[in-house]
Design a protein around this ligand. Structure first.
Ligand SMILES: *[C@@H]1O[C@H](CO)[C@@H](O)[C@H](O)[C@H]1NC(C)=O
Ligand SMILES: *[C@@H]1O[C@H](CO)[C@@H](O)[C@H](O)[C@H]1NC(C)=O
Length: 617
């Protein structure tokens, strides 16, 4: 027995696309390098994306999730579209939460007023398909929580808490995740990307097969000690007029409020703090002011210190790498399995994708994703009377689904109608979003931008996520941000999607090494229109690949991002028009002949082929 049979078993399971348990032995990490190089031999971004999605692609999402089934009908839900089924559904949810299993919504239309909150593993919310099962929410999260707006100290504008987080269905592993993941060891030495063996200061905590998280930090991700959230902000960089929060003002009092106890509201506030202008620290503001003053009032690119983590993510400062704290602490991270433990080193089951420098704080941590094996599938979520969507960041919280702090999770076969926000994914790994349609039954366009015809804020969004797979989606109306890859999104894949006038938004704060492929941009008026706070670096970090993406119908060419400051070391394969940016390290090419239409699927097939070959000896 021993090593080979287990490896063969793993290879065969992978080749069949349906492994059932954790493998006892792992294939060689060199496999990833082979997969990565096959179609991108010389690209700046050369990654193996075949591990994206649920369970890293090692097994498929279960067709029928395991465990007991709790039908909401048995708890008294009517599903007639008229009766308020909230109490029956909450009772069924409580029973599901007690034991784990499937919360089943049989064919029908369920009128609901309260959010569904899941914070344990192995719970799946399941309908009989989006055409058969509908959950209809008749009010917003603002109505549920009595408002919940925050003030933007820079503009004095009141902003919605619900523009970046919160969902009527929330799956959250946050409670099980310590704020500071337990440190196991420090990495010693300098390594180029593609390394598979790391020297560590202690091997005692490691065992072959265990998952660990590698974190890369330095002064560009961690603000100087003593920095704490401010009671005022100097807003010069944020485009404000230098106004600041007055002590004792209504807005200042908002900041002083104790954190709310409701977990859905907490998640939403945290996401808002992460994404918006609210919490610029005094150090950031001072640095921003200095830059601003030095430029004679022009907005200039700010640069992370040379040699820092943020500088590296932004191509050694080929483009704007942001002010201090542009990247979130621990947002540059990488989860892998230990393949073997040696004398003073560990071997990884996959190669690093980062540079590692001894000057940085490079540490290995206990893997800390809170919950897993959770999902939402086979239903429509409709917001009844959700009215018009007003100005940017005025969302009242008609938000469908939020996934936070989890791995091996999914949302599939879901239709979302009339939402401010569709699906938020944050602090997540190996998650699949598949076959999701975001649409409205009648126009929600309103407010000052009514002519832009925007129907909501984020349709599908991921931040702080590794290997999130966004597949077969249709954003059938225009959202501000149709698909968003935000800070800390790495090795994510967006493919086989389409949209009325799709935009894929690279939202600054260092999303990097993401793949966009085989996607139909519809009217193609705004393919790379992107947002994100201005002091957080260019829209994407290094190594993003754009492979065979096209206007609706496949005719014509897609416009390249208009600014060279969009991101460094980018690879565009396909038909593109507009100015290319060699100084930012862009490669823009026609598709090589014989190249696959979908780089992600081609990589998955290549991995399977190599695994079969391994199994055959
Ligand atoms: C805010 O920024 C302005 C412009 O740089 C500066 O003159 C002012 O002193 C700053 N205010 C505070 C309170 O730091
Ligand atoms: C989106 O909704 C409109 C009605 O507003 C409908 O005509 C269209 O077929 C829907 N699209 C999809 C993809 O479901």
């Amino acid at each position: 027995m021993g090593h080979m049979p287990a490896l063969l078993a793993f290879a065969m399971l992978w080749a069949a696309g349906a492994a059932s348990s954790e493998p006892a032995a792992l294939p060689p990490a060199s496999l990833d390098l082979k997969v990565a190089s096959k179609w991108l031999p010389n690209a700046a971004g050369k990654y193996d994306w075949s591990r994206a999605g649920y369970a890293g692609g090692e097994r498929s999402i279960p067709q029928v999730p395991p465990g007991a089934t709790f039908s909401v009908r048995r708890y008294g839900a009517k599903g007639d579209g008229k009766t308020d089924d909230s109490r029956a559904v909450q009772a069924a949810l409580a029973a599901t939460m007690a034991r784990g299993g499937v919360l089943l919504f049989p064919r029908g239309t369920y009128l609901l007023r309260s959010p569904l909150f899941i914070d344990r593993s192995r719970v799946v919310i399941m309908g009989e398909g989006p055409a058969a099962t509908s959950l209809v929410f008749a009010r917003s999260l603002s109505a549920v929580y009595g408002g919940s707006y925050t003030a933007d100290p820079c503009t004095g504008k009141i902003k919605s808490t619900w523009a970046f987080g919160g969902g009527f269905i929330t799956l959250s592993g946050k409670a099980g995740r310590p704020k500071r993941p337990e440190q196991l060891a420090r990495v010693k030495g300098d390594y180029p990307p593609g390394t598979t063996r790391l020297k560590v200061d202690s091997t005692a905590p490691f065992k072959a097969g265990m998952w660990v998280a590698l974190l890369l930090n330095d002064q560009s991700t961690i603000l100087p000690s003593g920095a704490k959230e401010p009671d005022y902000v100097n807003c010069t960089l944020a485009g404000g007029k230098g106004r600041r929060l007055q002590q004792g003002s209504a807005a200042a009092r908002l900041f002083a409020l104790p954190p709310p106890s409701d977990p859905i509201l907490q998640l939403a506030l945290e996401a808002a703090a992460r994404e918006t202008d609210e919490f610029i620290l005094p150090q950031q503001a001072a640095a921003a002011d200095a830059l601003h003053a030095a430029s004679g009032g022009e907005v200039v690119a700010s640069m992370a210190p040379r040699g820092s983590v943020a500088a590296w993510i932004y191509g050694n400062n080929l483009v704007d790498s942001g002010g201090p704290g542009a990247l979130n602490e621990n947002s540059v991270r990488y989860s892998f399995r230990v393949k073997a433990v040696g004398r003073g080193y560990i071997d990884m089951d996959r190669p690093t994708i980062h540079q590692i420098k001894r000057a940085w704080t490079v540490t290995l941590h206990k893997y800390n994703y809170g919950i897993q094996e959770v999902g939402v599938q086979g239903l429509t979520i409709r917001f009844k009377n959700s009215g018009v969507y007003g100005d940017h960041l005025t969302d009242r919280g008609y938000n469908a689904i939020q996934l936070e702090g989890l791995r091996n999770a999914w949302v599939r076969d879901v239709r979302i109608l009339g939402a401010d926000n569709g699906v938020f994914v944050a602090n997540a790994e190996f998650v699949t979003l598949a076959s999701i349609t975001v649409n409205t039954t009648r126009s929600r366009a309103g407010g000052p931008k009514v002519e832009a015809n925007l129907q909501g804020h984020h349709a599908l969004s991921t931040s702080l996520g590794q290997s999130v797979l966004i597949s077969r989606f249709n954003i059938a109306k225009k959202y501000w941000h149709d698909v968003t890859l935000s800070g800390g999104a790495e090795l994510c894949v967006v493919h086989r999607g389409k949209g009325l006038d799709l935009n894929v938004d690279y939202h600054r704060a260092g999303p990097w090494a993401n793949l966009l492929t085989n996607t139909d941009f519809g009217l193609a008026n705004r393919p790379f229109a992107s947002g994100g706070r201005g002091d957080r670096g260019a829209n994407t970090g290094r190594g993003s690949v754009f492979w065979n993406v096209y206007p609706g119908g496949g005719e014509g060419a897609l416009s390249l991002p208009a600014k060279c400051d969009f991101g460094p070391l980018l690879t565009f394969y396909g038909r593109f028009k507009g100015k290319t940016c060699p100084a930012s390290g862009w490669t823009v090419r026609r598709m090589p002949s014989g190249a696959p239409a979908d780089l992600y699927l081609a990589q998955v097939q290549e991995r399977r082929r190599l695994m079969r070959r391994l199994a055959a000896g």
